[in-house]
Every structure is written in C-alpha cells, then in structure tokens.
Design a protein around this ligand. Structure first.
Ligand SMILES: [Zn+2]
Length: 542
C-alpha cells in the first residue's frame, strides 16, 4: 500500500516541477506528502518520472470499434497477442489481437505498457453506451470514460426547432446521466442527420438541416449546455467539412460562432486545410493557430497523422462515404436510428502520397505553432490518424528537429509550398512540454483534478522512463508504470492488471422533461424509455 519512488527527475508541470530530483510518495492509491523511512522503495535514480498519460481523444471501446475490428480480420491474423506473464494471484491474463484496433484486454495492456493510465472514447452513440461500458469493463489498467454523441440527435433537433434551448440543456444533462457519459460530443453538427435523410451533408454553419436547425444553432446550444451544467469538460467539437480542402475557413467560422464560449475542438489537423475542393490543397494551420493562440477559452487536440496503417472510425458518415469513394477500400456505414451515424474505412497513410504528407506536416505545424501547450494537446485520434502506439514517434518528431527535418526531406513535397513546416520551424519541445501535452494538459482540459499531476491527493498514476538517446524508444517502453498505487509494469513488463475506474457525470436537470421524453420514446424509439438508461456502473460520478 506504500511506495517511495526515489531519486528520479520529476516532470510535474501542474505543480511547477521541471526535472527536479525528488521522491514521490504513494499510499493507498494516492500521492502523499511523505512516508515513514521504512516504506518500500522503488529506485528511480537516473530516470524520468511523470504522471500517467491521459488520452483526451481515442476510439477504443465502442460498437463502432467493434465494427472496425470486424472489418480488419487480416490485421488480427498479422498481430496475434499472447497473454502477458502476470504475477501469481492476478486476474486471468488474456490473449487477444493487435493491429490498429486491438481487442479490449490487449488495448488495456498496451495503454499501460505505454505509460497511459486514463483514456476517453470520444464518440459513443447514446443507444450503444451499454456496449461501451461492457468494453471498458474488459479494458484493464486504464480509467476510462465516454463522450456522448449529441450533434445530430432527433430530440435535440426538435428542441432547437421549437426554440426550447433550456429543454435542450435538460436533455443533454439527462442523456449524460442515462448513458454514463463524461462529456458532450458533437460530430459534423447537422451533417450526419442530413446524410441520413438524403440531403447528403451540410457545408456551412448556416445551412439548413431539414428546415429544423443549423450547425451554428447546434454548436451554440450544446456549448451553452456544457458550460451551464458546469461539466468538467466543455463541449467537444468535430467541426463540419472534415477532410475537405478549404475547411480551415469552416473551422475559423465555428470558433467565431462560439463567441467566447469555452469549447474543445478535436483532431484539429483534419480541419486545417487551405485550398478549394476540386482545385487543390494547402496548409491552413498558421491562420487557425493564430486564432487558437489568441483565444484562451478554446482548446484543441491535434489528431496527428502518422505514416502507416490506420482505420478511420467516425460518426461522420458522409465523410466516410467520400473516403470510400476516393480510396476504394472496404467500408461500412451505419445509421443509429434517432441519434447519429457511424462509418469505417481502413486506410494507409504513405509518405509518398501528397495529401498524407500534407496532413502529417499540418499536425506538426499545429504543435510547433502552439503558444500554449496546456491548450494544444497530443492525439492521433487513435486509430484515425494512426495507433496510440505511435505517440512515442510523435514525441520524437516534436523533441528532435534534426530528425524531423530529415523526415521532411523524405515525404512528398508537392502540397507543402507555403507550409510553415517546410519554411523551417526550429522549435523543439522540452520534456516538461511533453509532460504537458500528454498528461498535465489533457487532465486539466478534462477537469480531472486527481489526474495529470503528482501533488498530494492525486491518484498515484506514475510513469517512469529510463533515459535513452532514442526518444521514441524511451517513451515506448517505460521501465515502471504505477496505476492507482499498483505497480503494473516492472522492468518494462506488464505484471499486474487492476480493473480501471469509470469516469462519468450525472448533471442535474429539471425532471419536467421526463414526461415529454417518455412520449418521444414511445412514439419513435425501438427501445422503451425505462430500458434505455445504462445501469450498475462502477464508481461514483464526478
Ligand atoms: Zn475521433
């Protein structure tokens, strides 16, 4: 129950600690000020100590991930995973399959092996929340939570059409509690509903969604709801026009529409393109980052693209149709009745492909042009831009300019004219900045007061790296990982697999909404109102 981690160089930016040699004391799963001298010790001399990693945006526990797994059996054959050799008395170790969308247990094992101890699945259809919680139950070693899709929801659109914005807020609150969700997610506001009803898509913030609402109204209502409900994380927005040349203008218009409201824009890289549809692509990162830097109420995660295999998994069904048409790859597209959609297309990002090279460069530009690492945090939108296993390679690109410039020489330069990266960005991230973008920053943006830092009272989630001149190697194989005070990785090997906790909220709402919701469910839903909420979730809501 006690452990003193001694002599490591501690990087704990939330508490202003930048590589100081000090001890970290752990008792009963929490960080404490001090311990008696006879407490067991873990010798971290010469090593780097950070809080456990926090993934603000990933896709690893959902019915859409399961559809993706079905779509890539070849990856499973290519990457069979033997059960880890756990210590006696541990839960039964599980075999599994790897690839870009690993099976549940393997996902937990691999996150822990990477030094990540908290992760959020960023896109869960409310109706499928039960499935996500079942997957999280089988994803050990990480505390997990889900973001609930609301930007194309039938009941919400009805409230907006009727001008009932307070009721829309009450609905968002009820839905978060009913699904065991943590945050409000908006994907292509209005566009998925347009796709499902034959309108194909929306392209601007003031386009009509079947005469009922506009993307602007959806974004305003849900941003206001998250803020009025004082949710720990603000509205989490995937903008309109993902992946389309010229979409930087849409992204800027969305940020403008937020008009000072607190909000998080996700996988910004996929929304930072200059150029025009049909006429070509360029980087729009400089303009967008100028705006982000000047607006403290906004935060983003990058959605870095890494060369290699990936699977696009998104509620943005019309985008997946375009991707299928342009790639010719296998695909699936699913309507989730009153709520949202879902599409999946596996693909490979090649450094010799001009668009992939531009996407890679734009992600790095977002990182390197960021004035505030606390608001611009690391993601690959796993597995959309690449697996979470590629995070160490992203870190190397950020910390080592000569390596980055070398890589830049190898990629297709066709679309890189005018890109800030091609013009030369000298910045190299420090270890403390890496600690910010991979744990302290995401924890703060998520409102997780006990995560992302090593001060007294924090959860004892600690990652200890052996120094290595190869930065990617250092970050891919931590020497020790402590999760909730339990040493899960020892000498680089997974040894213990405690169950993860569940991170969720149950905001208050006016229960006058319940009678109307019951009517709505009995008129339109395939699920009865009383059977809809998820039950018996572990843990206590935030
Ligand atoms: Zn995503």
């Amino acid at each position: 129950m006690r452990l003193r981690i001694t002599g490591g160089a501690v990087h704990d930016p939330a508490n202003g600690v930048d590589g100081d040699i000090r001890d970290i004391c752990v008792e009963n799963g929490r960080i404490v000020e001090s311990l008696p001298p006879d407490a067991p010790k873990l010798d971290a001399r010469g090593m780097v100590v950070m809080p456990g990693g926090v993934d603000v945006h990933s896709h690893f526990a959902s019915s859409s991930c399961n559809h993706a797994r079905r779509l890539i059996p070849d990856e499973h054959t290519a990457d069979p995973v033997a059960p880890p050799e756990l210590l006696d008395g541990e839960p039964l170790p599980r075999s599994g399959s790897g690839g870009t969308v690993p099976s549940t247990f393997t996902t937990g094992y691999r996150y822990a092996g990477l030094g990540y101890t908290t992760a959020f699945d960023a896109a869960v259809a409310p109706l499928m929340a039960r499935h996500s919680h079942a997957e999280l139950d089988d994803t050990p070693c990480v505390d997990g939570g889900i973001f609930v899709l609301m930007g194309n929801d039938e009941y919400l659109l009805r409230q907006i059409q009727a001008g009932e914005r307070d009721r829309a807020r009450d609905y968002a609150a009820w839905l978060l509690g009913a699904t065991g969700g943590y945050a409000i997610k908006v994907v292509n506001p209005g566009g998925v509903e347009a796709w499902k009803t034959g309108q194909r898509n929306v392209t601007g913030l003031d386009d009509s969604v079947g005469g009922r609402a506009t993307p602007r109204a959806i974004v305003e209502v849900l941003a206001d709801a998250a803020n009025a409900l004082q949710l720990p994380h603000p509205v989490h927005i995937h903008c309109n026009n993902l992946g389309i040349p010229g979409n930087a203008a849409t992204t800027l218009a969305t940020m403008d529409a937020l008009a000072g409201r607190r909000a998080h824009l996700t996988h910004l890289q996929f929304h930072c393109y200059g150029g025009e549809p049909g006429k070509g692509w360029s980087s729009g990162a400089s303009q967008v980052m100028e705006y982000v830097n000047a607006h403290r109420e906004l935060s983003v995660d990058v959605g870095q693209v890494m060369f290699g295999p990936a699977v696009t998994i998104t509620a943005d069904a019309p985008v997946e149709y375009l991707l299928y048409k342009s790639s010719g790859r296998r695909w699936t597209n699913i309507d989730i009745e009153l709520e949202t959609g879902c599409g999946i297309v596996p693909l490979v990002y090649k450094d010799k492909a001009a668009v992939a090279a531009l996407q890679w460069a734009i992600g790095l530009e977002i990182f390197l042009l960021s004035a505030d690492p606390w608001r611009v945090v690391l993601s690959t939108d796993h597995p959309n831009g690449g697996s979470f296993l590629s995070y160490p390679d992203v870190i190397r690109l950020l910390m080592d300019r000569s390596f980055r410039d070398q890589r830049l020489m190898q990629v297709n330069p066709k679309l890189l004219a005018g890109s800030a990266l091609a013009d030369g960005l000298a910045r190299e991230y420090t270890l403390n900045e890496i600690a910010i973008v991979t744990r302290a920053g995401p924890a703060r943006l998520l409102g997780l007061k006990q995560k992302g830092h090593l001060g007294p009272g924090a959860d004892a989630d600690v990652t200890i790296y052996s120094r290595d001149p190869d930065i990617a190697k250092m970050f891919s194989t931590p020497r020790y990982v402590v999760k909730g005070g339990v040493v899960v990785v020892e000498e680089g090997q997974l040894r213990r697999t405690p169950a993860g906790g569940r991170l969720r909220v149950t905001p208050q709402y006016d229960d006058a909404i319940l009678a109307d919701l019951r009517r709505h469910f009995s008129a339109y839903s395939t699920v009865s109102f009383d059977n809809y909420p998820v039950r018996d979730l572990p843990g206590t809501p935030a």
